[in-house]
Design a binder for this molecule. Sequence first.
Ligand SMILES: Cc1cc2nc3c(=O)[nH]c(=O)nc-3n(C[C@H](O)[C@H](O)[C@H](O)COP(=O)(O)OP(=O)(O)OC[C@H]3O[C@@H](n4cnc5c(N)ncnc54)[C@H](O)[C@@H]3O)c2cc1C
Length: 388
Amino acid sequence: MIVPELPVEIRELKERVARFVEQEVYPLEERIVEAGSIDPQDVDRVRRQAREAGFAMLNMPLEHGGIGLSMLGQVAIEEESGKATNGLGFAVVDRGPRELLEITTPEQAERFVAPVVRGEYREAWALTEPGAGSDLSGLQATAVRDGDEWVLNGEKWFVTSEGDPGVYIVAALVDGEQTLFLVEPDAPGLEIKRTPRFLHDPYLDHHPEVVLRDCRVPKSNRIPASGDAGAKEWILAERLFIAARCCGAAERLLDVASSWAKEREAFGSRIADYQGVSFPLADSLTELLAARLLTYHAAHAFDMLENRKIVHGKVSMAKLYASEMAGRVADRALQVMGGRGYLVENPAARFFRELRVDRIWEGTSEIQRVIIAGGLFKRGAAPYLGWE
Ligand SMILES: Cc1cc2nc3c(=O)[nH]c(=O)nc-3n(C[C@H](O)[C@H](O)[C@H](O)COP(=O)(O)OP(=O)(O)OC[C@H]3O[C@@H](n4cnc5c(N)ncnc54)[C@H](O)[C@@H]3O)c2cc1C
């Protein structure tokens, strides 16, 4: 099985999400361009409407308020959310922290996952530090037991959250072992140091720096699974969603650029008639299809394959290829539209800035290559090309 047919109910869901993004989110993008900032009330409205339309928490198991949508199904709808700029797609396809369910105790899930499912707050992962990004073995944050509490010290960077998160998942060392803790924002000793601005702003999410100074949490807030395993599951799913969003973005870029190329005239012809314009678009469509097939393939492997090492390799290939493809597609689309492509009101200009981070977060392109090459040297090419 290389790429399965999307079941009819997933195709219908995907079409509904696509229509929603076009009707509700594209107009909001225009308001953001005019204002230069995002009005949280607009986002709340879109989020509420998307929830009412049944797009939220679909990834969660039935007993946790979702429908246990397959990864293939999630990727198919995430692709549609990727057509939105300014990170607004996150408000449409609002996923629950399913990975947390697999690593937390039932009590922790009740306290920290159930409120996310009910839409009361969101979670934020705090792994990266000033001295540890790609290489998390360089973590410096520590947690030391003191009676009924853990005392955390350290500094976390790029902690992605929309507004104020209800809980941070913090990686810290316990006797040298990476361990995850659930830290509430009002925990004594937790402080937001700075909320820097990023290339993709205005963006739905912010990425503050968080300092933990003798920050105390109850002993019950330690996640029992190993920190490494817990973080890996989260990162694996997020890589697939990045790949899917990149495919959606590339599709919108191709639509915008090819429409323009058919309309615009120069030197007595439509610019679409010049191969200097049409060939880059042909390359873009070819690369998009390749990225999409790879992403669906990796998502289906995520659902079906027991050998998680092979799944990791396939997911890395999808993330690497789709994010680099989207960067090339955005560059070509902008060029085809000339000066108009450089206007912020044009989605090509916004995607050109916003897609850059997809080659960095959840593991840079180089780290994906490290993973892929490591697998190749250990197991050979065949298991990654086949379906076992
Ligand atoms: C907008 C944004 C949001 C983020 N959100 C989160 C979040 O919510 N939670 C969180 O914990 N983190 C988050 N991150 C952090 C992100 O995961 C890291 O930035 C990323 O993993 C890279 O780490 P680094 O920035 O420290 O770069 P470094 O690790 O310092 O890498 C610098 C350069 O060296 C290269 N490099 C490193 N090792 C190798 C190698 N072995 N071979 C070849 N090249 C190598 C890298 O590819 C890169 O080009 C976010 C980052 C951004 C920009």
